[in-house]
Structure formats: C-alpha cells, structure tokens
Design a binder for this molecule. Structure first.
Ligand code: CTP
Length: 409
C-alpha cells in the first residue's frame, strides 16, 4: 500500500524506542525499523525474552545500527542497561507487536522485563500496536487493559481485520508497517496543532421516550464521534464530548464527557456550550422526531390494543448552531444518505451554514453504522469535494481533523 507522507522530514532525527514482544507479527518489526531508519529516525530496539524466539537480535541490531537491549544486565560484562536513561532519551516509544500479555503488564505496571521498565520510565508519547488472535483481542480483559492504556494518554494503533496466524479471520492482525510509520509521521506533524482550541463534538444516537421502558432510537454506535474526540484531544484541544446513550468510554484527560439521552437534552447543552468553543463537529445521529407525549406509565397491550404514535419534530442542533456561528467559529456536520448522496449533502451544508460536511453513504461497503471502518466524501463551503478510500474510523477521524485544523489556522 502506498501512503502519502505529510512531511518527509517529520521523523528525521527523532529518537524512537521500538519495543518488540513475542508474537508471530514480530517479523514485521524489521520493516518498521527499516522504514523509520530510512526516514532519518534513530531507533533503539528493546525486545522481550519471548520476542527473541520470533526474530533474532542480530537482524534487529543490523537494521537499527544499535545493539538490541533485552536484559537488565549485559551478559558479557555485567553493565547495567538503564531503562531510565532510555525512557528519557526517546521522542516516542512504539510497542509493535504488542501481545495481550505485554498489554496486561503495561496497564498494570508489572515490571518484570526491560521493555516494561522502559515503558514505565518513558516520558515520551507511547504508541501500541496490538497483535493477537481475534478472541484474545475481543476479551474484556484485553479491552479493559487497552482502555486503561488510553486513559494514561497512550495511543493504540488498532489492529485490522484479516487472516490471523491461527488461520481464523477477524480483528487482531497488527496494522501494516507503513501505516504504523505513517501514524508516527502524522503524530509529529500534528503535535499540538489544536492546542488552546475548544471543540464541541456530538456523538451517538438519541433516545426519544415512548413510555418508561420504550424509546425511538437508531443504529448509531457513537464510534465515529468518539474517535474524533480522541484525535482532537490527542492534538491538544479541550473537547466537550456530548454523547447520546452508547457503550463506549472516552479516556483522554482532555475530554469532558456530558451524557444526554434525548435530542432536546442534546440541543440544550449544545446551545449553551457552543459560544465558548472554536468549533463544533456534529456527529450525532439526532432523532428528527419524538413522540408528542411520552406515556408516564408503561403502555399495556391488553388495555390499549392498537396504538398510534403522534410524532413531533425535534430542533435541528446543527442548523441552530449554524445560525449562531460567529466569524471565527467553524462548524462541521455529517450526512448519512442512501441515495442522491452528493445533492442531499450539499443541501444540508448550505441549509445548516456548515463549513464542511462529511458524507457517508450507506450503500458503500465498509461505511455506516456498527462497523469499525468508514468511507467518506468531504464537501466544503467553497464548493470543493474530496473523496477518501475506506479507512478505520480512527484514520477517518485524522482526515476530518486535518481539514478542520486547516480552517482554524
Ligand atoms: N443534526 C442535528 N440535529 C438534528 C438533526 C441533525 O444536529 N435534529 C445534524 C447531524 O448531527 C448531522 C447533520 O445535522 O451533522 C445532518 O443530519 P441528518 O440526520 O443527515 O440530516 P437531517 O437534517 O435530519 O435530514 P434527513 O434526516 O431528513 O436526511
């Protein structure tokens, strides 16, 4: 896969610790190291004892032009390998591949090898590229450990779906080396480009009450909005994440999450928060209608028989913010369409006074609700239309935030 680099110079002279653990994907670390060195980075490899079962230190030291560190002491002369010095030396640490075991040790501070002690001493940003079987990756133990690492401000480079070493197919394949290098490149290029900016993001569905146990909702998972919140926070913004009911956690310390249920509650918080922000990204799938009156008691089948629900329109949050928008504020909306996509998206862009709109089409494979990927087209208010390939929601979030950063400059 060919990746366009944002800036060829971004990784030049950057000092990067590459941590390697005991996974079949360890061979891909060789490509990562070669790629980093080619871009002018200085690489120091730290490998776990089981990592050495998968790739030899000789290969790694040759590629990185540095001795590989694995033990606390050098076997040859007893010299102490200082994990503290190494942690302070680095501009970034990348653990690729990261096994479930290493992820568990990192999240719990189990410092029984040189890689973990280096991680615990590292002051620089840490990137973690998991690699494991699909069931291990999906297990709540792994997911909770990853959430904990996110809450420490570490960056998780999501594994992709594909055939795994077990021959099972699913999510757990380490991201490809050139994508991992691109991620580091992007990080250094975008570091703090949203510092001192405040961004409001709406995410997830809204629930409109029918009675105390039933509601009108939609399939939105909130994943796109949460990915946007993480990216904005990582790039230095203070984020207000206004979320409908979703089963997701937002862990970055720069994110202030406000939970709401209905479109009306989301509207109230959005309207009061917007004036203090530099931009709003309206990613929520807000219900257009709500029942005219929610029943205070559960509607009973026997007593009611046939039920007719009268629906009344909710307020349009995007259009209201569009009407309030000041010259220096930017507004980003989403459009999810099934037909006449470009025409509908353009009409929403204009009607809601947005700066740009992100169009996803439900007819595109890999786009839409409940999937981890998305395929977008961005239409802006200067008439420009840009299409993007299918990417993970994290990568899509980076593209959207790049566009917003350009507008806020
Ligand atoms: N939106 C909003 N408040 C609403 C409805 C939509 O803020 N009450 C926002 C969405 O978050 C999205 C954009 O407006 O950014 C477009 O949402 P969409 O549901 O596609 O548009 P609608 O105007 O509701 O049009 P329709 O559902 O008829 O296609």
């Amino acid at each position: 896969m060919h990746i366009n680099c944002i800036n060829k110079e971004m990784l030049k002279d950057k000092k990067i610790i590459v941590g390697i653990t005991g996974s079949i994907a360890a061979y891909k670390a060789a490509y990562i190291i070669r790629g980093l060195v080619k871009k002018g980075a200085e690489v120091q490899v730290v490998i776990t004892p089981s990592g050495k079962e998968f790739i030899t230190p000789l290969t790694l030291s040759t590629l990185s032009s540095n001795p590989v560190i694995s033990e606390f002491f050098s076997n040859r002369d007893g010299t102490w390998n200082s994990h503290v010095d190494l942690g302070l030396w680095a501009d970034a640490m990348l653990v690729a591949p990261a096994t479930a075991s290493t992820i568990g040790k990192m999240s719990n501070g189990v410092a029984d090898n040189m890689l973990i002690t280096t991680y615990l001493s590292c002051k620089a940003p840490v990137f973690i590229a998991p690699a494991m079987d699909l069931d291990m990756f999906a297990h709540p133990a792994t997911q909770q450990n990853l959430d904990k690492l996110r809450s420490f401000g570490n960056y998780i480079i999501e594994p992709t779906e594909g055939e795994l070493a077990s021959h099972l197919v699913g999510k757990g394949r380490m991201e490809e080396p050139d994508m991992i290098i691109h991620r580091l490149d992007t990080f250094f290029a975008s570091q703090n480009d949203l510092q001192k900016k405040k961004i409001l993001i709406t995410a997830g569905p809204t629930y409109e009450k029918i009675d105390p146990v039933r509601f009108i909702g939609n399939y939105s998972s909130g994943k796109m909005g949460f990915a946007l919140a993480e990216v904005c926070a990582q790039r230095g913004a203070d984020v207000i994440l206004l979320s409908g009911p979703v089963a997701l956690t937002a862990s970055h310390p720069n994110i202030r999450r406000i939970n709401v249920e209905s479109a009306e509650e989301m509207y109230q918080v959005a309207i009061s928060s917007f004036p203090e922000t530099d931009a709003a990204i309206l990613c929520a799938a807000v219900a257009d209608y709500r029942p005219a009156a929610a029943s205070l008691e559960k509607i009973k089948r026997e007593s009611e028989g046939e039920v007719t629900l009268r629906l009344i329109p909710n307020k349009d949050i995007a259009a209201s913010l569009g009407a309030m928008k000041k010259e220096n504020q930017k507004l980003v909306g989403f459009a999810l369409e099934t037909n006449n996509e470009l025409a509908y998206a353009k009409a929403k862009l204009e009607k809601k006074n947005l700066d740009f709109i992100v169009l996803n089409s439900l007819s595109e494979p890999g786009a839409g609700f409940r999937v981890d990927t998305n395929k977008i087209t961005i239409l802006d208010n200067t008439g420009r239309t840009t299409g993007y390939p299918v990417k993970s929601k994290q990568e899509v979030a980076l593209d959207i935030v790049d566009k917003l950063v350009d507008l806020l400059k």
